[in-house]
Design a protein around this ligand. Sequence first.
Ligand code: PLP
Ligand code: ALO
Length: 347
Amino acid sequence: MPSECTPRFLASDNTSGICPEAMQYLLEANQADDLAYGNDRWTARAADRFREMFDYDCDVFFVFNGTAANSLALSAMGRSYHSVICHELAHIETDECGGPEFFSNGAKLLTSPGANGKLTPQGIEALVTKRSDIHYPKPKVVSLTQATEVGTVYSREELLAIRAMADKHDLRLHMDGARFANACAGLKATPAELTWQVGVDVLCFSGTKNGLAFGEAILFFNRELAEDFSYRCKQAGQLASKMRYVSAPWLGLLESGAWLTNAEHANAMARYLSEGLQALPGVSLMFPTQANSVFVEFPPHAIEALKARGWTFYTFIGAGGARFVCAWNTTVELLDQLLADVKAVLE
Ligand SMILES: Cc1ncc(COP(=O)(O)O)c(C=O)c1O
Ligand SMILES: C[C@H](O)[C@H](N)C(=O)O
């Protein structure tokens, strides 16, 4: 990036800073010493708050990042000789560097196509019934991403249909909730309505993308799968000794309600950007904007010109195109600058 351009960040919600609510609780947790390895007061309070928020007596674990959350959760949901069915654009397939396969000691990912980045019951069943011989890694888990990698969401009806197919074939259901809050906001649904009430066994809920510095919560609604899970975390280097610095900021998000208002803001900004882009001649979106990501196809010269103006965005996500991700701190002013630059480089 030319040094004269101030970088302007819309590549990912991972580029945003720590929101005020999380920072406040982080500083409060720093006022006193506390026990280590999750035995502190903050971690207990955060776990209880999750159970209250989801209205379910789930097991709660905290790890540092989403790849660890997905990989370790999936390793607890099946055996090494099993397979995990996921969408062909799933993060666990495209961007976790083999983490799920590694931590499960070899479970294979079986990928399925599907419009708008979403698995379908038919796609799942096609993989389950494709083969039944001993040489085929036995399907045991379905992993879906909510909101998806391409910024769409599964409706409750779609989730229930997937759960019905999973029940038909004795499959467990994992939810990559890197942008789960954005799905709740986009669907105006409660956390319970989008998880255990539609048969999700394990949710990996990202805080990193929602205003934390780092920190992901893994919620086991199927508590049998959580047996010895803390040992999996420890062995993987994911048991934080000063866990209160992960759990306290999470508590800040939950107790203030910022977990939802941050997502509502990010989604609103994405809608604003989406509408602005569609108003420009010759610009069309690649996917409906249902959460906090906007995908648009630009000619190569426009991509280079936007980057030369300091814009950071990914072009390797999903089915290509440029991805712009809005976060809790994205502003209309920033988006207006982008829209003006897009208009200029396309003229
Ligand atoms: C859909 C999805 N799942 C999982 C992850 C993994 O998160 P991390 O980068 O923290 O490993 C990401 C990354 O942001 C993601 O976009
Ligand atoms: C793609 C990258 O790994 C990250 N999950 C993101 O969405 O920005």
